[in-house]
Design a protein around this ligand. Structure first.
Ligand code: GAL
Ligand code: ZN
Length: 682
């Protein structure tokens, strides 16, 4: 049973596995004189690049007046780049509608939760539900698709650019209000069902006409969490359907060329699994010195150092754990190899600090991405811009067109091409899945109960613990096939229904080990508290009930009594007492003796429920206990800043610190220099 499932999961990798490793760069021919293009193209090839991504912001130049297209410059650019031997990825430019469009139809503008519309002068200022914007988007995509869809020089398409970027996933305009009502009608059918699902009897919110329902804007003080959660789902679905219109057109016109878009790592406002479903593969934009600055506060325990980098890491590398989690999520979107569509290759311009990047660091980032399952790396960008919003952002070339650090670093890959090609063909087979669900994340974001309870923060405890043990892990959605994973961790499956319970039941019946964490099954999918004993829909599976739950103040913890090796108290932060019915008890709280960890045999597998929010040490003890029972392999504890990834027969060690590290692997000491990589074949 499991073998077939592993087979089907692997086929994603094998299908893609025929490709060699490829490198490319984002290029904006419209930013440079045409006379410069041939030299740029030649230099790209000399550097060893095969791919160039163009045109994703070029709407105004492609359609200077309504319905009048100017293809001449793009024809010429494609000609020059292709003649030099580069494959072309064409972007659809819908992220940047021209001024004539915005001015003629101000109703296309995105409206924020305060009711303020964005204006022309940047990007992403549009509403995905505006029928006008959709119509113009379809027109430009069709026009480009008709022009270049069968052009052999185009190898694939990027739709739009970073959907939701800059906090634009949710719009509160009248078009959205109307579309939201349609979405709700389709979901609930009747107003009575909607009123029930949202509990609108509370505070006389009851709706007696669909027209009374509006988006949960900031004009509402304390919002109803069921209303907001549905709005988040609706907003995400809006981009899914907006994107789908472009996919449909390109599927018709692009003759089987690939279609993708560029995601943003741990970006939380759109359901990336839903977005990825229609795409051929996933890509993300990796800015290691910028993104972790945003994400660390969501991942590390609240405290002074969450905002700045770990001092053990070199100052210009970012946070490899955080970057690694984003790689794992993107890989998990399709359980397949992915691309880095924009790889930082020098300093950036948009973070709090924007350190200069030393030689060796861009190379380390590229190796990290490959080690985690990327098979194509596209650098951002070819040459630093002289004008507009990103003047302080670097490229492979400096402003004056001389090579910058990323350029020199990339040259080092020329010697490694055979190894890279072999690596790109290797699958990543993760024995552990972590369940990741955007609706769970949103529900807990809306009602964390204790301010610092974060869905990602809890997930990160498990992720980092597995990373330190060198155990590969995938992030998997509730819709995935779980059977390839001997161990499935659900840090908190907050929203649950009978369907999920039965799917998890099948998984465990067939031999899977499921580890459920706190706050699981607390709510229904419409974000109401379950009226069953906790964990609600998952209760039978767990074989135990949650008899009390509490968010403990800092520094309060309960001691534990358990036979699980190295698992010690205090247990704190968030704590649930359990009462085992058909499950056995693996740990109890002292004093009192209530169960803290239970294990329930289900068919050939089992379900564990961990009743407290674990520290890293507690997670380590429990995971090692399970890994031992399941026969999973792990590595000797990796020191902080040394990352190990497994791809096919290769172990890739990456050192993100300033010091060389000697690490014992397969009975020998492997020396990994500072900001360097060692690739070992088993
Ligand atoms: C990305 C974006 C690029 C560029 C880059 C700068 O988010 O897709 O167009 O703005 O950031 O770091
Ligand atoms: Zn809108």
């Amino acid at each position: 049973m499991r073998d077939t499932a592993v087979g089907s999961a692997l086929s994603n990798w094998l299908e893609h596995g025929i490709v060699d490793m490829k490198f490319g760069v984002c290029y904006y021919p419209e930013h440079w004189p045409q006379t410069r293009w041939p030299q740029d193209a030649r230099m790209m090839r000399e550097l060893g690049l095969e791919i160039v991504r163009i045109a994703e912001f070029a709407w105004a130049k492609l359609e200077p007046t309504p319905g009048q297209y100017d293809w001449s410059w793009l024809d010429e650019a494609i000609g020059v780049l292709a003649a030099a031997g580069l494959e072309i990825i064409l972007g659809t430019p819908t992220v940047t509608p021209p001024a004539w469009l915005t001015r003629a139809y101000p109703e296309i503008l995105r409206v924020d939760a305060n009711g303020r519309a964005r204006d022309h002068g940047t990007r992403r200022h549009t509403c995905p539900n505006s029928p006008t914007y959709r119509q113009f988007s379809r027109q430009i995509v069709r026009a480009i698709g008709e022009r270049y869809g069968s052009d052999p020089r185009i190898s694939g398409w990027q739709i739009d650019n970073e959907f939701g970027g800059g906090g634009t996933a949710r719009c509160y305009c009248e078009n959205c209000a109307a579309a939201f009502r349609d979405w709700l009608q389709a979901r609930y059918g009747t107003l009575a069902a909607l009123n029930d699902a949202w509990g609108t009897i509370f505070w006389s919110q009851t709706y007696t006409d669909w027209a009374q329902i509006r988006p949960p804007s900031d004009h509402i003080d304390k919002k109803n969490p069921s209303h907001v959660l549905d709005y988040y789902r609706f907003a995400s679905d809006s981009f899914v359907s907006y994107q789908q219109e472009q996919v449909d057109i390109l599927r018709e016109l692009a003759h089987g060329r690939f279609i993708t878009t560029n995601f943003m790592g741990l970006y939380r406002d759109l359901d990336q699994f839903d977005m990825a479903e229609t795409l051929d593969f996933a890509t993300w934009d990796n800015y290691p010195t910028g993104n972790p600055e945003r994400w660390r506060p969501l991942l590390y325990p609240p405290g002074a150092d969450a905002k700045t980098n770990n001092p053990l890491y070199a100052y210009d590398v970012g946070d490899p754990m955080v970057t690694g989690l984003a790689h794992a999520l993107t890989r998990g979107l399709k359980n397949a190899p992915f691309w880095i569509m924009e790889q930082q290759c020098g300093h950036i311009n948009w973070a709090q600090f924007n350190p200069g990047i030393r030689p060796g660091t861009p190379r380390l980032w590229t190796w990290h991405a490959i080690a985690e399952g990327a098979d194509t790396i596209v650098y951002f960008r070819w040459r630093a811009t002289l004008f507009a919003q990103e003047q302080y952002h670097s490229g492979l070339l400096r402003h004056d067109a001389t090579p910058d650090v990323g350029y020199h670093d990339h040259l080092t890959f020329q010697a490694d091409r055979d190894l890279l090609d072999d690596l790109a063909r290797q699958p990543i087979t993760a024995p552990v899945g972590i369940l990741f669900d955007f609706a769970d994340l949103w529900a807990l974001q809306l009602q964390p109960h204790r301010q610092d309870f974060g869905y990602l923060r809890l997930l990160y405890v498990y992720y980092t613990t597995l990373q330190r043990l060198g155990i590969p892990v995938n992030l998997v959605p509730k819709t995935a096939d779980f059977t390839p994973y001997p161990l499935l961790i659900a840090p908190t499956t907050h929203l649950a229904d009978a369907q999920l319970a039965s799917k998890l039941n099948d998984y465990t019946q067939n031999g899977g080990t499921l580890l459920l964490g706190v706050r699981s099954g607390f709510k229904t999918t419409s974000n109401l508290v379950t009226d069953e004993p906790l964990p609600g829909a998952l209760r039978k599976l767990v074989g135990a009930t949650v008899t009390s739950w509490q968010a403990l103040p800092p520094d309060v913890g309960w001691e534990l009594e358990t036979a699980v090796p190295h698992l010690h108290g205090p247990a704190g932060y968030w704590l649930e007492t359990l009462n085992a019915q058909t499950a056995s008890v693996l740990a109890t709280y002292k004093p009192g003796g209530a169960a803290a960890l239970t294990e329930h045999k289900v068919g050939n597998g089992r379900v564990l429920y961990l009743g407290f929010y674990p520290t890293n040490e507690q997670a380590r003890a429990l995971l090692l206990h399970l890994a031992g029972q399941l026969g999973l392999n792990w590595l000797p504890d990796l020191p902080e800043g040394l990352v190990a990834a497994q791809r096919g027969p290769y172990t890739i060690l990456l050192n993100f610190t300033e010091q060389p590290i000697s690490y014992p692997l397969n009975g020998q000491a492997v020396l990994v220099n500072s900001r360097d990589v060692a690739v070992i074949r088993r």
